[in-house]
Design a protein around this ligand. Structure first.
Ligand code: MN
Length: 492
């Protein structure tokens, strides 16, 4: 058994079946290019039968001459295969429901008829030069003797790969192992595994399938997919690599950028505590951990952040230790005496105890007050108007003073917040910065809720975080941005 595992990515097919996700052809193409660049072996670009728009997408991706193999989902129906052929794909992910439940209730036929339809569909696909990955839908709930029969018949029809789908996500690692250990003895083609995360076991099941003979893993970036989603590409690839020494063709250092692209285009936010790609995956707050990491990173960091293109981060809060405060002050180029450090530390603990997240701008403000420094703010907003409605383009105008100079600017945006922040960006064009993160949390429940806006700004090698709070989301956003900019511009 070769140790190199093939990665079949279904972000653009099963991933797009995530409730609330629907992608335009250009968006699908952008993701396909990124998947190709990161090194997946097969891109399941969609299901050609779905719609004319879907066909346009798949055709575009097929026409890109990507390194990866391009595949379309197809049922064992001639029309599905014809549509896939029209898109110019290399292969079909040919799906045959194999459980009695599906055969009887979904298709209303019997096992023999299923085998016949499957054989016809494989023959038709092969006659037209397609690579065929036969997927046993609901394979995990299929009677094992019949599954073996399906594999045998499909192999006689010259399929190239055979995938077992745990369509409803009901498998456990030992049951998956049992199925694969059994089939791997008989299989003459590479076996694939397609899992769903309904029990939170998709990654574990995928790994167990590989350990029991599977050579292809079906995955989706950020674990997107029907219901609870598919096996997450980032989790399976990293667990196979670090836990078992299996290699894939994935350039792991590009994983985070891929995840961010998919998050942005699909509009499904990645939870902060998500393995590998979550915002907190390499972020440390607790004093004991930070102290250990500063002495030797491996003490509390089993996965090197660089390995997936991430960066280690330290944040301030109630669990912080004096050493992290010192380190963060140094990062912001603030030097303090031991006495001052003690006072700054206790003020941060106090804020943390009050349930506040302490940003880098807060840290600077605390340091300034402890050191008795009165700093004139470089940037002040004097007037701000932002308007939105259904008959106008969201527009904002701002009058601000920047180092004593008065500047008036305006901008339009996708909404009043976007317009206001863009107007400030225009007005401060001499201060190069990039808004790398923008977060809104509602502190209380109703439409008059207090909102907390967090921003992260990057300028050359500096990164600052800042927040703004209030019941007006536009003003809170502007406050956060302005305090971040002041922190970037402060002369130290
Ligand atoms: Mn699926």
């Amino acid at each position: 058994m070769s140790k190199k595992i093939m990665v079949h990515d279904t972000t653009l097919r099963d991933g797009e079946q995530t409730p609330g996700v629907s992608l335009l052809p250009e968006e699908k193409l952008m993701i396909a290019k990124a998947l190709d660049d990161v090194g997946v072996d097969v891109i399941e670009a969609g299901a050609a039968i779905t719609s004319p728009g879907e066909q346009e997408s798949i055709k575009k991706i097929s026409g890109e001459n990507l390194r990866a193999n391009i595949s379309s989902f197809a049922r064992i129906v001639k029309d599905d295969i014809d549509k896939a052929l029209w898109c110019g794909v290399d292969s079909v992910f040919l799906v045959a429901p194999t459980s009695d439940l599906h055969i009887k209730y979904k298709l209303g036929i019997d096992r023999n008829e299923l085998l016949k339809r499957m054989a016809d569909a494989i023959d038709y696909s092969k006659e037209h030069g397609l690579i065929v990955d036969l997927c046993a839908e609901d394979g995990s709930r299929t009677d094992i003797e019949f599954l073996e029969k399906v594999l045998k018949k499909a192999t006689e029809c010259k399929i190239d790969r055979f995938t077992i789908a745990d369509t409803v996500g009901i498998m456990t690692p030992d049951k998956i192992s049992e199925i694969f250990l059994h089939l791997a003895q008989k299989a003459k083609v590479p076996l694939g595994i397609h899992c769903h995360d309904d029990l939170g076991l998709a990654t574990a099941n995928t790994i167990c399938a590989v350990k029991s003979g599977a050579a292809i893993i079906d995955v989706a970036v950020n674990g997107l997919g029907e219901r609870a989603g598919n096996t997450a590409l980032e989790e399976a690839v990293m667990a196979l690599k670090l836990g078992y020494g299996y290699e894939t063709g994935i350039k792991t250092e590009k994983i985070l950028a891929l995840s961010e692209l998919v998050e942005k285009i699909c509009g499904i936010p990645v939870p902060p505590n998500k393995a590998i790609v979550g915002e907190n995956a390499f972020t440390h707050e607790a004093g004991i951990h930070v102290d250990g990491i500063l002495k030797k990173a491996e003490t509390y960091e089993a996965i090197k952040p660089e390995l997936v293109g991430a960066k280690r981060m330290f944040v301030l809060g109630k669990h912080v230790g004096a050493k992290s405060v010192k380190k963060m002050l140094e990062d912001q180029k603030i030097s303090v005496t031991d006495e001052q450090l003690k006072e700054i530390f206790s003020q941060i603990k106090y804020m943390g105890d009050k349930g506040k997240r302490v940003t880098s701008s807060d840290l600077e403000a605390i340091a300034d007050s402890v050191q008795g420094i009165k700093r004139e703010k470089c940037l002040k907003v004097q007037e701000l108007v932002a308007v939105a409605g259904n008959t106008i383009t969201p527009t904002a105008s701002v009058k601000l003073s920047l180092n004593g100079r008065e500047i008036v600017e305006s901008a339009v945006g996708t909404g009043p917040v976007d317009a206001a922040l863009k107007a400030i960006k225009h007005a401060t064009k001499d201060v190069p910065f990039e808004l790398v993160e923008y977060h809104v949390d509602s502190i209380s429940g109703g439409t008059d809720a207090l909102v907390k806006v967090m921003v992260k700004l990057k300028s050359k090698d500096r990164v600052v975080t800042a927040q703004g709070t209030g019941s007006d989301i536009v003003l809170a956003s502007v406050d956060a941005l302005v305090s971040g900019l002041n922190s970037l511009m402060a002369k130290r």
